[in-house]
Write a protein that binds this ligand. Structure first.
Ligand code: PEP
Ligand code: MG
Length: 800
């Protein structure tokens, strides 16, 4: 197979489910969607222009005057001009061929003013056959441009920033061809690097910009961080754009593409074999024994194979090759093509097409990484990670490398990256549409997660103000320490048990720091995600031992593995699914793979060695599932040399079906813990990771409160211990409302602990109970009770 294209006629396998023809097979003739076909149109090959540009750039002087002359002659345009963005959002004419030379330095436009201003403000090119009759045309007599009818203006962009505008003009009324547009865009890319280089060297100050970008997002974890941006997935634009030896460059590209291909082959082989063959080293039992249907195996194989084929021979790679053929370096060519893919993604709504384009973007990033030949370097102090999507394991990795904050374009409060951010106390924002397009590696950023704000390229005063605010909030944290000594009691004296959720041993110090009563949820899968693999029994036992030792007399509820959904581990045998949250995950995997589950239970028993042990099972949907899981635990207890001093077995309540077996379940469990994250998502059929649904269904809704009240009453009646460990117990108002419904044990992120404890200590619970009763008995049909409850709390002086 020709790894670098030429196989455009090939038909790729159709992925699972009835899909249209494989539209990512660019160049495949009549099936191609016009939008995508455009991405793959072969580029013009402005090799001569690029070669001359390269020679020009090798000189000592800032070559703007030469550059405009060169472009005008190559494009046969009568005018070529460069406008640079100056502080104060002013565009200044800094070089021209064809307009009056005196206009240089004099002609200025505001951002958004005139055609050039519109191009700079929007970041999109304008190709106008008759520019002077465009309603936005702003005539500047000092330029002499009244002679020219047609105009093509392209933004000079670097990352998400517009640094200026490059324009050509002609007397004739004409629309510039796509090849001409492409040539001008390539020159604009070179110009952007020139601007950036002159700015960084300090040799020129005119090419600076103070354009700030501000995003309003959702707070995933409070706090403030100020520092340089690191982009997750994409590196900075390449410095070296023009190849000195295009032939050698082509060979370098081909070698990198081959390396990428073989790396992918390996990865895919591993994934496929974990689907069908992975074995537990310790138990000698297949992880996968019989659980995946043949259809599911075939489907995941097909998806992976399609991805591999996409990497091998589709048009995107040919396009990169063409760009290298025209004189760009391999990095610049990949960067350029991935930029085009992203641009297309912005315009295409169809989820299937977007998915294919996302695959291509992913491949482009992989190829860039191979070309770089290097892993990410060390993280600069205070770094802020910016990502389109982020899994929990990746966030843990980045945290280990020292990031101070994170902004996730598609992040939601219920997603696992958010949960990890809260556990780590890492300021985090999510739900930030188009974020990745607006930011550049190395930009200064402020994450103000208190107000849900993300600011790029702040003015110096603003940056300093935020640094001060961060210091102040650290001082506030010290104030929280005082709270630690106070008993957990409401104003009227009702006792509470406040505990912590965690998943890493590095969080254990938080037990003493907060004064929490214990660990109400230890997410055992987090350590495996952090390691990126399943841990063996000895490794697991070591972790559980450390947890029990540091907790001392304080209780710890260990939750068995909850992998799947958005917590994927290649080896776990869980494959990519259409609907992972409701798929083969969590206890379902544990019961279908008893060897893995037994290994974990043995590790827990071994770690407890004569100490009390509490185990709970996640995602229990039926009483039978709970019984089956408990039977596995019981069998391991009977086999153990040194059983725990006491054993408590609990179930999580996350799947609504369990409500119809509640009284029987309560009679058999030692405790029940409500996982509000999954319960809310399944109650409302609203994916907890979908930004468009975030906040649509409120926890403080009639349905949820009726449900919680029923569970609370049932637990009281049977004398079964009840706690809440979902994210709702990290939110003061939600905790108070649940307390008013009779629940008094909550397990939460350490970062939320002080605020929850303070709110509890200031609340008059009987009064809240009365208010809640009257609100719930009032007008029917409300979708949330939040507003009246917040008003009441505020009247009571509660800072909710
Ligand atoms: C929950 O669903 O509320 C829960 C605590 O489990 P997780 O967030 O780990 O899915
Ligand atoms: Mg859950």
């Amino acid at each position: 197979m020709d790894a670098l294209g030429g196989a455009g006629e090939r038909q790729l396998p159709v992925p699972p489910a009835a899909r249209p023809a494989p539209l990512w097979a660019f160049g495949a003739g009549p099936d191609i969607a016009p939008d995508i076909a455009m991405v793959m149109r072969p580029p013009a090959a402005p090799r001569r222009l690029l070669a001359r540009l390269r020679a020009l750039m090798a000189g000592d002087e800032a070559p703007l005057a030469e550059l405009v002359r060169l472009v005008a002659s190559e494009l046969v345009s009568e005018v070529c001009s460069i406008y640079a963005l100056r502080p104060g959002e002013i565009l200044e004419l800094v070089a021209t061929e064809g307009l009056y030379p005196d206009a240089v330095g004099r002609t200025r436009l505001r951002l958004g003013e005139g055609i050039v201003g519109i191009v700079a403000a929007s970041g999109h090119l304008l190709n106008l056959p008759d520019a002077q009759n465009h309603p936005a045309f702003a005539y500047r007599p000092e330029t002499g441009e009244e002679l020219y009818a047609s105009l093509l203006a392209v933004p000079v962009r670097r990352g998400g920033r517009v640094l200026g505008v490059l324009a050509v003009q002609n007397r004739a009324v004409r629309r510039y061809t796509e090849d001409e547009v492409e040539v001008l865009e390539t020159v604009a890319m070179v110009l952007a690097e020139l601007f950036a280089a002159t700015t960084q060297d300090g040799a020129e100050t005119i090419f600076t910009t103070t354009v700030q970008r501000r995003f309003v997002g959702t707070r995933l974890m409070g706090g403030i961080a100020v520092g340089p941006v690191i982009l997750h997935g994409a590196g900075p634009p390449p410095r070296n754009l023009l190849a000195s030896d295009p032939q050698a460059e082509m060979e370098r590209l081909m070698a990198a593409a081959r390396r990428m291909q073989s790396g992918l082959d390996e990865l895919i082989e591993q994934s496929l074999s974990s689907v069908s063959e992975a074995e537990s080293a310790e138990d000698g039992v297949s992880l996968d024994e019989g659980a995946l249907s043949e259809g599911a195996k075939a489907a995941s194989r097909e998806v992976l194979e399609a991805y591999r084929l996409l990497a091998a021979d589709s048009g995107w790679l040919r396009r990169v090759r063409d760009a290298v053929g025209s004189g760009l370096t391999a990095e610049a060519a990949v960067h350029r093509v991935s930029g085009e893919i992203r641009e297309k993604m912005r315009k295409i709504a169809d989820p299937y097409m977007r998915e294919r384009l996302a695959d291509m973007e992913d491949l482009a990033l992989r190829l860039l990484a191979v070309l770089d030949g290097a892993e990410h370097g060390p993280v600069p102090p205070g770094a802020i990670l910016v990502a389109r999507r982020l899994g929990p394991a990746e966030l843990l990795n980045w945290h280990g490398r020292g990031i101070a904050g994170v902004a996730i374009e598609e992040g939601t409060t219920g997603g696992h990256a958010a949960i990890i951010a809260r556990a780590l106390g890492l300021p985090a924002l999510g739900d930030l549409p188009n974020l990745m397009d607006a930011v550049d590696e190395g930009d200064t950023a402020i994450v103000d997660a208190e107000q849900g704000l993300l600011i790029f390229r702040p003015e110096e005063e603003m940056r300093i103000a935020y640094l001060r605010a961060r210091e102040a909030s650290q001082a506030k944290l010290a104030h929280w320490a005082e709270l630690r000594e106070r008993p957990s009691r409401s104003k009227d004296g009702t006792p509470f048990t406040l505990m912590l959720n965690m998943g890493l041993t590095l969080e254990l110090d938080q037990l003493d720091l907060t004064g929490a009563a214990g660990i109400g949820l230890f997410r055992t899968e987090i350590a495996m995600l952090a390691h990126g693999r399943m841990l063996d029994a000895r490794e697991q036992a070591e972790i559980y031992d450390r947890v029990l030792t540091q907790a001392g007399d304080r209780p710890v509820m260990f939750r068995t593995l909850d992998l799947g959904g958005d917590k994927m581990l290649a080896e776990s045998g869980v494959s990519v699914e259409e609907n992972p949250a409701m798929g083969w995950r969590s206890l379902r995997v544990g019961l279908d793979r008893p060897a893995v589950m037994r290994r974990q239970l043995r590790a827990l028993i071994q770690a407890a060695r004569g100490r009390p042990l509490s185990v709970m099972f996640p995602m229990v949907a039926t009483l039978a599932e709970f019984r089956a899981a408990r039977a596995l635990l019981q069998a391991e207890i009977e086999r153990a040399d040194s059983p725990p001093a006491t054993l408590e077995v609990g179930s999580m309540l996350e799947v609504p079906s369990l409500l119809w077996q509640l009284s029987d379940l309560l009679a058999e469990v030692d405790f029940l813990s409500i996982g509000t994250n999954d319960l809310l998502q399944f109650l409302f059929a609203a994916d907890r990771g979908t930004p468009a649904l975030a906040g649509r269904y409120d926890f403080l809704s009639p349905a949820m409160l009726d449900l919680l009240e029923e569970v609370s009453i049932a637990a009281h009646n049977t004398g079964c211990r009840l706690s809440v460990c979902g994210e709702a117990s990290s939110r003061p108002l939600e905790v108070l409302v649940m307390a008013a419904l009779g629940i008094s044990t909550f397990s939460m992120a350490a970062s939320a602990f002080p605020a929850v404890k303070e709110a509890v200590s200031l609340c008059d619970l009987p009064a809240l109970r009365r208010v809640l009763m009257s609100i719930r008995g009032g007008e029917k049909g409300a979708s949330s009770y939040r507003e009246p409850l917040v008003s009441w709390c505020r009247e009571q002086g509660l800072d909710i």
